[in-house]
Design a protein around this ligand. Structure first.
Ligand code: GDP
Ligand code: IMO
Ligand code: MG
Length: 449
């Protein structure tokens, strides 16, 4: 039997590219969807027949009947947030029992992670990241520090009790000394998490075994990324990043499926750019155009409600993202948001200290010196929402997309989205054929060679 086909969905920018919608649309073609990084800092919006779901920890595949969902070992899991999400899904009539699986090796977020994050974000002298305050960073810190609690440990109540007692003693001392925080009560925490442990247990298994077996048995798997390339702990705009490997490599580490099993990497990018939280953003708009895009694109955080910073599409960053992720296909979302514009500037290069550079700076000091080189593309000034074939798009919109494809470093555009709904999506013939086929070689680079 030939192995099941696999594809990684990765955010090509700073998150919120519309990954949730794209995973939902493509889940029709996959047996399993597996989340590989981040936690409930993510907010993936899916709209089905006008009904809005915002998924934070649970993969968007859960909304597709017959599709199994996996939360991989690379995710940091807040059991209380997970159970709340599961309960909301059950209330909405979504089947979660028996088709949602949580890795026994995923790390757990506990209340002291949130306490430390909140205090340190507000502490004088610390770089403020503008985090989602979910305890993500401190939980990954404990994982790397080899003092974290994994899901499997949460299920062992003796171990859980000891872990909470020790961790609370230590974290309370640190938080008091550094930030003068109020101490957390270990007994109360234990009873809350022991209760959550019972409720979580039926979902827990070795998801690496589940996924590898499924692929070997010919089942297709889609890996759902959270956040985006420029928020990746290694490759993003450090220190203004999240604490996990949000890039495609994270799918391998965060699920336990080897790199040789991956067929294609699908990068999702908006037709423009947004970012939430602090940090560099070379094409950011500070004028009424930024407000116009924010309003038309409804650019407010799905989790925190914060207004998203808006700017023009940044091709140097898209090329960088293509290189880091090994992107084979590009999906462009929110094209409709640009429908009314007469002209659309696109950043095609960077100058630092007056000199053009093809590299993305690592130094924080360089980011502030970036001068964007823009090319202005003509707008189409026609509604694109509701168009379902590439050939039916206005000529200027097709030219805008072709320019992105040409300048994005080798990936081909496979899909374009012009609205939040499932139907507001179009495919190129080649991509559509691949999604409908059972062949495992899904990369256009492989096809061309
Ligand atoms: P994610 O985190 O990458 O899944 O993205 P979010 O869900 O946080 O943000 C994307 C937002 O854009 C959501 O509100 C989606 O419903 C919406 N959206 C997705 N694709 C499109 C599109 O093509 N056009 C418009 N207008 N909205 C879209
Ligand atoms: P999805 O999956 C956009 C940002 C936060 C902050 C930084 C660090 O919906 O695309 P963290 O809480 O992770 O320590 O915050 O990362 N951030 C996101 N921005 N989309 C996301 O997820 C994000 N997850 C984290 O705003 O700047
Ligand atoms: Mg989001």
């Amino acid at each position: 039997m030939s192995k099941g086909r696999t594809a990684i969905i990765v955010g090509a920018q700073w998150g919120d590219e519309g990954k949730g919608k794209i995973v939902d649309v493509l889940s029709e073609k996959f047996s399993i969807v597996a989340r590989y990084a981040g936690g409930h800092n993510a907010g993936h919006t899916v709209i089905i027949n006008g009904k809005r779901f915002v998924l934070q920890l649970v993969p968007c595949g859960v909304l597709r009947e017959g599709c199994r969902s996996v939360i991989g070992n690379g995710v940091v899991l807040d059991p209380i947030a997970f159970l709340k999400e599961v309960s909301a899904l059950r209330d909405a009539g979504v089947k979660v029992d028996g088709n949602l699986f949580v890795s026994n090796r995923a790390h757990v977020i506990l209340p002291y992670h949130r306490m430390i994050e909140l205090a340190s974000e507000n502490a004088p002298g610390r770089v403020k990241i503008g985090t989602t305050s979910r305890g993500i960073g401190p939980s990954y810190e404990d994982k790397a520090g080899r003092r974290g609690l994994r899901v499997t440990d949460l299920l062992d109540l003796n171990l859980l009790k000891k872990h909470i007692e020790n961790a609370c003693r230590e974290k309370n001392m640190i938080a008091h000394a550094l930030f003068n925080s109020e101490p957390l009560d270990a007994d109360r925490m234990y009873s809350e998490y022991a209760d959550a442990s019972h409720k979580l247990a039926p979902f827990v298994c070795d998801t690496a075994v589940l996924l590898n077996r499924a692929i070997a048995d010919g089942h297709s798997v889609m890996f759902e990324g959270a956040q985006g390339t420029m928020l990746d702990i290694d490759h993003g705009t450090y220190p203004f990043v999240t604490s996990s490997s949000a890039t495609s490599g994270g799918a391998v580490i965060g699920t336990g499926v080897g790199p040789t099993a991956i067929d294609s990497v699908i990068g999702v990018s908006k037709a423009y750019c947004t970012r939430v939280g602090e940090g560099p953003f070379p094409t950011e708009l500070f004028d009424s155009m930024g407000d116009q895009i924010r309003k038309k694109g409804n650019e407010f955080g799905a989790v925190t409600g914060r207004p998203r910073r808006c700017g023009w599409l940044d091709l140097p960053l898209l090329r960088y993202s293509g290189m880091i992720n090994g992107t084979s296909w590009l999906v462009v979302t929110k094209l409709d948001v640009l429908d009314e514009l007469a002209e659309i500037p696109v950043c095609v290069g960077f100058k630092v200290n007056g000199r053009e550079t093809g590299e993305i700076p690592a130094e924080a000091s360089c980011w502030n010196k970036i001068e964007c080189i823009y090319k202005t593309m003509p707008g189409w000034r026609t509604p694109t929402q509701g168009i379902t074939a590439m050939s039916k798009l206005p000529k200027a919109a097709r030219e805008y997309l072709s320019f992105i494809e040409q300048e994005s470093g080798g990936a081909r555009i496979g899909m374009v989205s012009t609205g939040p709904g499932r139907d507001e999506t179009m495919f190129t013939d080649e991509f559509s054929e691949l999604m409908n086929s059972d062949v495992d070689a899904m990369s256009p680079a492989q096809e061309r060679s």
